[in-house]
Write a protein that binds this ligand. Structure first.
Ligand code: PGA
Length: 257
């Protein structure tokens, strides 16, 4: 049984005051996140304030990125140790905006994943095909290369702490989503690749869907057998809509038990 995980990826949105107000609002709505794991990934500058605001709430924190060294002369970068220091349990790695906007290769993502594991941070590793790759029928090939490349350095004992996120690039921030059936096919394929790589642990690794997830489409996506929650961008900026997605995930979990 995998506990679904819902992650709010705020990207470059919300300063300290707005982030804290969101946390206060979400805590009131959520009470206790039983049956689902709820995680917020704010900009680095709001992590400290959120660590304080979320204390005792059961809501977890994630970094949006890291640099794969513990410390050193890397101006402008953030180490996994610092993310731990400010209360992060998770870190988003290999997001398509980093792969495509900042030229991050799967080899570089693999080093980050390794660094996260070495610091007991749980990596949320994102994979996804572009529209061009999708239309050329290359989805399976692209996802396979990203999974093999990005997970190349995961120590076996850390495999169960991994979270994968399938985010078709053409669905991110566009209002388009993969159909639940199509997304499920890719998720099942990802699980098969995880099985080859990690054996039986693959059944315990969570695979989220991401890309224009909203309260209106979240239920059907998350009801699929291999979709274990969502990585939510735009719809996570408002506590009411993020909470609505959490409620649908709980409902889909109850429906399938
Ligand atoms: P979106 O972003 O929900 O705004 O499409 C998802 C993501 O990029 O993680």
């Amino acid at each position: 049984m995998r506990t679904p995980i819902l992650v709010a990826n705020w990207k470059m949105h919300k300063g300290v005051r707005e982030a804290t107000a969101f946390a206060e609002d979400l805590k009131l709505r959520l009470q206790a996140p039983d049956g689902v794991e709820v995680v917020i990934a704010p900009p680095f500058t709001a992590l400290g304030a959120l660590q304080r605001a979320l204390q005792g709430s059961g809501i977890e924190l994630a970094g949006q990125n890291l640099y794969p060294e513990a410390e050193g002369a890397f101006t402008g970068e953030i180490s996994p140790a610092f993310l731990r220091d400010v209360g992060c349990r998770y870190v988003i790695l290999g997001h398509s905006e980093r792969r495509h906007g900042f030229g991050e290769s799967s080899e570089f993502v693999a080093r980050k994943v390794r660094a996260a594991c070495d610091h007991e941070l749980r990596p949320i590793v994102c994979v996804g095909e572009t529209l061009e790759e999708h239309e050329a029928g290359r989805t399976a090939e692209v996802i396979e290369a990203q999974i093999r490349g990005s997970l190349a350095q995961v120590p076996p004992e850390a495999s169960e702490t991994l979270v994968l996120a399938y985010e078709p690039v053409w669905a991110i921030g566009t209002g388009r989503t993969a159909s639940p059936g199509d997304a499920q096919k890719v998720h099942a394929m990802i699980r098969e690749l995880l099985r080859e790589r990690f054996g039986a642990a693959a059944d315990r690794i969570r695979i989220q869907y991401g890309g224009s997830v909203k309260p209106e489409n979240g239920y059907a996506l998350m009801a699929q057998p291999d979709i274990d929650g969502a990585l939510v961008g735009g719809a996570s900026l408002d506590p009411a809509s993020f909470f609505a997605i959490i409620r649908f995930e709980r409902a889909s979990g109850e429906a399938s038990t």
